[in-house]
Design a protein around this ligand. Structure first.
Ligand SMILES: *Cc1c(COP(=O)(O)O)cnc(C)c1O
Length: 376
């Protein structure tokens, strides 16, 4: 091929086989064998549409209907579910349906950037409940109440857990506040749904959001949205011109690979959330072991999620004196078969213990130890 740029596209590769993955974005999205098979089988464009009769969520073969209308609501603890392009699209759909230009919403100070961007796109004012700040950054949900009384928001949103520190705020308490004030409550569970047990109705939320490529072993981009029955005709309202097409979904959302990998991994995901206590113990153990090396875990302690944030001043000191600068850590870890902190970061970074076994994490700890001693 003459054009080198085109040639490169024909030879894409990514050397991640047999690597220990600690990157928080990726540990919950690793595919199951069933999903890998489905990915090949349904890789062709519009493959799920063979038997579509006009509405994606009603396709019987593959069993999208059963998945969206039965299995997902049971799993999320909600009345009605939908599949979206991701957590952010789910947030935007709700905001766009429930509020209009100039309306206010209240969110936690640990919110994901996509909450802000979705609100901006919908023209909303965002009021934030501040966190407690360094070092734990916890959210006291009781602080929503005076702000709800002051701003009369169209909805409130809680990030559960947040994507920086992995803190798990008291969603159930906020559910009570939301019901007392009759304000719709969105639970953003991008890091929860598919990792840990979480049930929308038990927490008193109106909406629950998950990210399939982050936490449901799916190729994505794909998300899930659960809601109370009363919101179905608001958020999933149909087009006036096409009466079987949901307006906010622009007719159909994910089709093909994102959806079938989510469905193929789902039996495994439903089971794995029951191992959550073990996941939490593993994360706590890893955190306490790595702190013995001089790193400092921020966020809640003891921690209750696999997403961990560490301050690593010693690694930053090393980075000032080596040729590769901040990339030395990435290279040292890569040489040991570990894929973890975002390449270039040394001062502070996030890790997730979700996909690694205790044996692998012991190897990671030993690796950090030997990197520190190599440069000391
Ligand atoms: C990753 C993340 C998102 C974005 O998820 P997408 O499915 O990629 O849109 C939203 N909120 C939180 C808290 C996240 O961690």
């Amino acid at each position: 091929m003459k054009d080198k740029r085109l040639q490169k596209l024909g030879e894409l590769h990514r050397k991640h086989k047999d690597i220990i993955t600690l990157m928080p974005l990726q540990t919950g999205g690793l595919l199951t064998e069933a999903a890998k098979k489905a990915l090949i089988e349904f890789g062709d464009g519009y493959s799920v549409c063979d038997f579509c009769e006009g509405n994606l969520s009603n396709i019987a073969n593959p069993p999208v209907r059963e998945f969206v209308h039965e299995l997902l609501p049971e799993f999320l603890g909600c009345d009605v579910a939908a599949v979206t392009h991701g957590a952010r699209e789910a947030k935007f759909m709700i905001m766009h349906s429930l509020a209009g230009h100039g309306d206010s919403i209240i969110v936690d100070g640990n919110r994901h950037y996509t909450t802000i961007v979705a609100a901006e796109r919908a023209g909303l004012n965002v009021v934030e409940v501040p966190s407690s700040g360094y070092p734990e950054f916890t959210i006291d949900v009781n602080q929503y109440e005076p702000l709800v009384e002051k701003h009369h928001p169209r909805m409130i949103l809680l990030t559960y857990p947040d994507g920086n520190y992995g803190n798990i705020p008291d969603a159930k308490r906020l559910g009570e506040i939301a019901q007392d004030h009759d304000v719709p409550f969105i639970l953003n569970g991008a890091y929860a749904v598919g990792r840990m047990p979480v049930n929308m109705n038990e927490l008193g939320a109106d909406f629950i959001i998950g990210s399939s490529h982050k936490s449901m072993a799916s190729a994505g981009p794909c998300g899930v949205l659960g809601m109370k029955k009363r919101w179905e005709e608001v958020v999933l309202r149909k087009s006036e011109a096409y009466s079987n097409k949901e307006l906010e979904l622009l007719g159909c959302t994910v089709r093909g690979v994102p959806l079938v990998t989510l469905m193929a991994s789902f039996p495994y995901v439903v089971e794995r959330v029951h191992d959550w206590d073990g996941q939490v113990l593993k994360a706590q153990w890893f955190s306490s072991e790595i702190e013995k090396l001089g790193f400092k875990q921020l966020g809640e302690k003891p921690h209750r999620h696999d997403l961990l944030y560490f301050e690593t001043a010693m690694l930053y000191e090393i980075s000032k004196h080596v040729r590769e600068r901040g990339y030395f850590l990435y290279k040292e870890l890569k040489d040991r078969g570990i894929w973890g902190p975002q390449p270039g970061l040394t001062r502070a970074f996030k890790l997730s213990t979700f996909a690694a076994s205790r044996e692998q994490l012991s190897f990671v700890l030993d690796s950090f130890k030997s990197i520190l001693s190599k440069y000391s």
